[in-house]
Design a protein around this ligand. Structure first.
Ligand SMILES: [Zn+2]
Ligand SMILES: [Zn+2]
Length: 375
């Protein structure tokens, strides 16, 4: 018995050490190469751009082409903390596209189903068969989908809340059925879905730079993981252990049973926005410059705002909501374009136990320690 207790204590210690050793890794889940015919650089050149710009991982997500990372010549000298994660942009009919993250081989994009929800469901199922998980890409692209098309889809837990290549559609409210991506997000969440928001470049242009070009470096994810390998990063994202950014860096994001604590890093954010990258923020005329942290709940309701770079939310003192999520904004004044907003979107915290549905995936690597994910 004593030995058993000692062993348990040791395992507990190892587990907590493991968790506390988790680090943040910067990555882009969606990019194109010359292989698709409408982008300008080779897989090697694209990889080198991300390698040389402080990223830790990249998915070469080509339209219905599987780029095997083991066949891509990596930059030399190669940084120790940079990897390629295998993937593909599954490109189906009706302009429905998904990133197949961490697949083992080419995923079919067959177009038998007629309805939009079934096209998407089929992509999710095929990606699962290939060992990966699905990110729904740019849902407003050519008004391919409405939130109602996505509600019935099972095993879909990630979507692009930001895609730089379709910049306008991230923020615009041009139709009741095609709202801004953030409104999309709250609709999916309010319908009871588990949905994490991903940000990506979907970059095509590495040779010419401009505001209207599909350039790299403008939307990414910061993933908290114990290790930098394809399975660990995919697992962390599958469980929502990441945030999405268009420029804002966080130095702390902590969720306990009753509290959310979030701190934006002023120095890292300013450093990021000063980098030699062509980027634009959301036009926000009239907004105050500086940081703002918002707590958002069911149906996108704004619950609390802190006009600072730090906030602590006591969840026991808030109105009831099936989920909460945190959005951090940084507004700066651009000399020509005026006030522009940059963001960090944290993943929702569910208060109705819905995340237990995550267990339906068949891949063991998505479930560390054999008993689901512990924080
Ligand atoms: Zn696409
Ligand atoms: Zn794409």
């Amino acid at each position: 018995m004593k030995t058993l207790l000692a062993l348990l204590a040791l395992l507990t210690a190892l587990f907590s050490v493991g968790c506390s050793s988790a680090k943040w890794y910067k990555g882009n889940t969606h990019v194109h190469t010359i292989l698709c015919g409408h982008a300008d650089s080779s897989p090697e050149a694209v990889t080198k751009w991300y390698h040389d710009h402080d990223y830790n991982f990249l998915i070469l997500s080509e339209h219905n082409i599987f780029i095997d990372p083991s066949k891509v010549k990596m930059p030399t000298p190669l940084k120790k903390d940079f990897i390629l994660i295998p993937g593909q942009e599954v490109t189906g009919i009706k302009n429905i596209h998904t990133t197949a993250m961490n697949i083992k081989s080419l995923t079919p994009w067959g177009d038998l189903p007629k309805s939009r929800d079934k096209v998407l469901q089929r992509q999710v199922d095929e990606i699962e068969k290939k060992g990966g998980v699905t990110i729904l890409n740019h849902p407003n692209y050519k008004t391919s989908l409405t939130p109602k098309d996505v509600f019935p889809v099972e095993k879909l837990y990630m979507f692009e809340v930001f895609n730089n290549s379709w910049f306008e559609s991230n923020y615009s409210e041009y139709h009741e059925d095609h709202p801004s991506e953030e409104v999309w997000w709250d609709r999916l969440l309010s319908e009871g879905m588990i949905m994490y928001g991903v940000g990506s470049d979907d970059a095509h242009d590495f040779k010419k730079y401009g505001l209207k070009k599909s350039n790299p470096g403008r939307g990414w994810v910061m993933v908290r993981s114990e290790k930098l390998d394809a399975d660990s990063i995919t697992r962390a994202m599958f469980h929502g252990d990441f945030y999405t950014s268009t420029g804002v860096h966080l130095s702390e994001y902590k969720v306990t049973k009753n509290k959310i604590i979030v701190t934006a890093s002023r120095s890292e954010t300013i450093k990021e926005l000063e980098k030699q990258i062509v980027r634009r923020g959301k036009s926000v005329p009239g907004q105050k410059t500086g940081f703002k942290i918002e707590l958002i709940g069911q149906k996108g309701k704004l619950i609390k705002t802190a006009n600072s770079s730090w906030a602590e939310f006591d969840l026991t003192k808030l109105p009831k909501s099936a989920y909460f999520r945190v959005k951090v904004s940084y507004v700066q004044n651009h000399p020509e374009r005026g006030k522009e907003g940059f963001y960090a979107w944290c993943q929702p915290i569910f208060k109705d136990g819905r995340e237990k549905k995550l267990r339906v995936y068949q891949h063991d690597y998505l479930y560390p320690h054999g008993h689901g994910h512990g924080h």
